[in-house]
Ligand binder design. Sequence first.
Ligand code: NAD
Ligand code: IPM
Ligand code: MN
Length: 358
Amino acid sequence: MKTFNIALIPGDGIGPEVVAEGVKILKAIEEIDANISFSFTEFPWGCEYYLEHGKMMADDGIDKLKNFDAIYLGAVGYPGVPDHISLWDLLLQIRKQFDQYVNIRPITLLNDSLTPLKNRTGEDIDFLVIRENSEGEYAGAGDWLFKGKPEEVVLQTGVFSRKGTERIIRYAYEEASNSNRTLTSISKGNALNYSMVFWDEVFEEVGKEYPEVETYSYLVDAASLYFVTDPMRFEVVVTSNLFGDILTDIGAAITGGMGLATGANVNPEKEFPSMFEPVHGSAPDIAGKGIANPIAAIWSVSQMLDFFGEEKWGEIVLSTIKDLLKETEHLTPDLGGSFSTAEVGDRFVEKLRTYTNQ
Ligand code: NAD
Ligand code: IPM
Ligand code: MN
């Protein structure tokens, strides 16, 4: 029997609502499969914790998390705590401290009816965005000079190290090569005349080691256009931290919305735990209403199972999502249904049991 130790950080807003459904699915798998078990440890960190303790997580929070097999996170950030504090002191802190430098975000249309794009099917929209997740525009470096004075100047520095840039680009080439797909780099060398020129050079240099991979390179503005007008161009995409953040929300938009987008924050060397989370935030506009779509969080469970080497289960969870998406009435309102978050989770478990005959 394999036991996987999972740290739960439900976080803020709809975070706890959707994480509860992901956990429900993992518990169902544990019941069905006698060879797997999960042990959950929940951490109450987030904005409420901040309002009570003056910090987003315990002082030894990173230490507490470091021996888990994975972290499963809901969402962080809520009105009442400045976003740059809540995010930097919890979510971004974990990504950084655990060197989760690869953010894997699939842009896959799981049901043709879900795209707002005319005449597009799952055949057209099926690619992977590999987002640099440790530095770039998110380095946290900058300065605020002459605050409040007429000569006030604010600097936000993008940091692109040789190590950081090479490793993400190499990861993407490996992914493209192993799966026999094309690789597209998205950058902005025309305006960002240091960082993105460097990025483009590294993309070319590393590419020499992978002559079998067909490559493309687009400017981020044009790429945003193609995400909408011509998503068939993309198979594997590699891009910087901020561009990856923005482009994957466009990716969510063309595949059914924020309620369906997932992302894995991975430390490939497994020196530290990786973290699995939906791409969406705490959605204060719908929090507490029980109508958040839990499917993004459930897809994160599928990514987590793949990461654990339980690909069979990862695939079953993804197939069950596809099946469930055919039943509009059993989905949340964002997808045209009338089910609550918890009802979607229950329906999912029912289908999972039928699927596996249990
Ligand atoms: P958001 O993703 O929370 O919401 C954007 C829109 O998508 C809203 O209309 C919301 O109702 C909808 N939406 C999001 N998730 C949904 C779901 N599961 N089901 C149905 N609809 C869903 O983005 P925002 O409003 O810009 O940010 C809110 C807060 O979350 C901010 O504090 C922000 O910094 C934070 N945030 C956190 C994360 C994270 O923890 N990974 C990601 C993005 C934003
Ligand atoms: C995401 C989020 C985060 C990011 C924010 C909340 C810091 O938008 O994971 O996409 O920008 O990486
Ligand atoms: Mn984002």
